[in-house]
Design a protein around this ligand. Structure first.
Ligand code: PRP
Length: 246
């Protein structure tokens, strides 16, 4: 295999080849991402190995895995530190990433929702239906979230609500308990975290799943290496037709 070194007007071939870089998300998407890549024949390390080494190159030198926080995966891909990446649709919608979204990988399905404290009698007791309510004139609805962009865009058309977005880095479910916020915007998967913290979903914002993204230049310059991966992963998935990642 040869590498391509672009030199202004021409492509110079060299014997040295850069491995195909794939940025993978730490956390709950890591295992299904590795399973998917293994399923198409890539020689992937196991998660224990990746816990120790955040950059892993296959023995044949063809693929290099970079393990990053899900929110950082698009940065690695946009800036060319990785040719491909896997992350959640929530991350892509939240950021203004210049990457190419290629596939909905079909795993990591969850939803982005607005949640509030459950009514005093509990959600299952036939008490008042939980809702955002109608804040009085001049009253502000404080919304805590890791996704300020998504929350801001979601509430923007709601002229009935005066919304203050409070950005947090995690554990946003705590915010209503301690009086920091009236509501949260967050990912809901099993719903366990909400339930454990006395919160209920009142509005759903979007469905989320894992997406395959690519560096735009890599798609042109490394298509021979990328195409087999994307076509194998996409065999049972619908391509997103080079849509921008938001
Ligand atoms: C996400 C999300 C919720 C939780 C929901 O956090 O922010 O806290 O998962 O999952 P559940 O509905 O299955 O309970 P994550 O675990 O990714 O950790 P983080 O808060 O550190 O981002």
């Amino acid at each position: 295999m040869e590498s391509e070194i672009v030199d202004e007007s021409c492509v110079i071939r060299s014997r040295q080849v850069a491995p195909l870089g794939i940025a993978l998300p730490k956390g709950r998407l890591l295992q299904p991402s590795l399973d998917a890549l293994r399923g198409i024949g890539l020689n992937c390390p196991d998660t224990d190995e990746l816990d120790r080494r955040l950059v892993y190159e296959t023995a044949d030198g063809r693929v290099r895995f970079v393990i990053a926080r899900p929110a950082d995966v698009p940065a690695y891909v946009e800036h060319g530190a990785a040719d491909l990446g896997i992350t959640g649709k929530d991350v892509l919608v939240e950021g203004d990433w210049n990457v190419c979204e290629l596939l909905d990988l079909g795993f990591g399905k969850c939803r982005m929702a607005v949640a509030v404290p459950a009514p005093a009698d509990g959600p299952d007791c036939g008490a008042a239906t939980p809702s955002l309510g109608s804040p009085r004139l001049g009253q502000t609805l404080r919304v805590a979230t890791k996704f300020p962009g998504i929350a801001r865009r979601y509430f923007a058309p709601r002229r009935d609500l005066c919304v203050q977005i409070i950005r947090l880095s995690g554990a946003v479910e705590i915010a209503p308990i301690v009086g920091l916020a009236d509501a949260i915007v967050d990912i809901v998967d099993t719903g366990r975290t909400l339930a454990d913290n006395g919160l209920v979903v009142v509005e759903q914002i979007m469905q989320v799943s894992a997406r395959l993204i690519a560096n735009r230049a890599s798609l042109q310059l490394r298509s021979a290496a990328i195409f087999p991966v994307t076509s194998a992963l996409g065999e049972h998935r619908s391509p997103l037709c080079d849509a921008m990642a938001h």
